[in-house]
Design a protein around this ligand. Sequence first.
Ligand code: F0G
Length: 352
Amino acid sequence: MRKGIIERYRAYLPVSQQTPIVTLGEGETPLIEAPRLAQHIHPAMRLFLKYEGVNPTGSFKDRGMTLAISKALEAGSRAVICASTGNTSASAAAYSARAGIRCYVLLPHGKVALGKLTQAVIHGATILQIEGNFDEALQLVRTISEHYPITLVNSLNPYRAEGQKTAAFEICDELGDAPDYHAIPVGNARNIASYWQGYKEYHVQGKTTRLPKMLGFQAEGAAPFIVGHPIPNPETIATAIRIGNPAAWNEAWSAQRESGGLFECVSDEEILEAYRLLATSEGVFAEPACAAPIAGLIKLARAGYFTAPCTVTVTLTGHGLKDPDIALKACHYAPQTIPADYDAVVRALHLG
Ligand code: F0G
């Protein structure tokens, strides 16, 4: 049975025997070697995909949510609230249902993938869509959590970051050491900071001999780390990372600086190309935001960034099935309907 990340990494997490553990068996996600994709990017690269899409609600958010909800319950909270581009709300709704507490969700109207919205609905969250973007929704829920006894479970909640760092532990446990580079999509910027925290903690404990360079990738239209300041109207097809004013601004810069890594951005076209390439060359279906680091690695390799043989891990943060509309559009799928007839099938498949 999957124990979940709290039991697995209890020694590294702020829990006690009194903490009621709310888990859906998150973590222990596959680290998939991707030789075809590596060959495409750089011949001397070993590439590993940390496939977070197979977490219980289909994204990495579950690692932080198991801890945030457990600690909320321990503190006697009966309700939680979050703003979300979709995955946080899906996870918060599921773990709240599991815990038997209320979940309030604020979403940017029309900008949440259908699968993610559906998850919040089925788990019984109270959902409001605001006429504004994620950054505005986050500001609103922060203020509400200050005025009412409702626990904020966005990544400003310190337990979220603690839970999310366990993905870095799993990578090191599996590889036997830290990778040379870790590539990751950046939105509100907590996850890159959490990974860096995880890598550092393992290093201090003597579990690894080195630290990776952290490579953070944003979409061109939502790239505050590239322009160097928050932006008011972020826009990208990768709605998960459609964020202009990242909450973990300082922590993410620290991760970049301390690790000797970088931030880079890629266009929506590059994201969609990498999205299809990942699915067709490796059989891995991840949502569009996850293609940003793949596209970013391709861009860096073309610019001559990787010179020596290296090991690279990429976090694929969410499952592709969350956003089927984009997948069908990206592949220009136009269904062909034919008679239920042997000859018609053979002809249509160009076999005879
Ligand atoms: N990838 C996916 C699939 C996400 O859902 C998010 C964030 C990120 C990457 C970026 O992670 O914010 O820690 O830099 N989604 C949040 C949400 C904002 O509401 O689901 P980050």
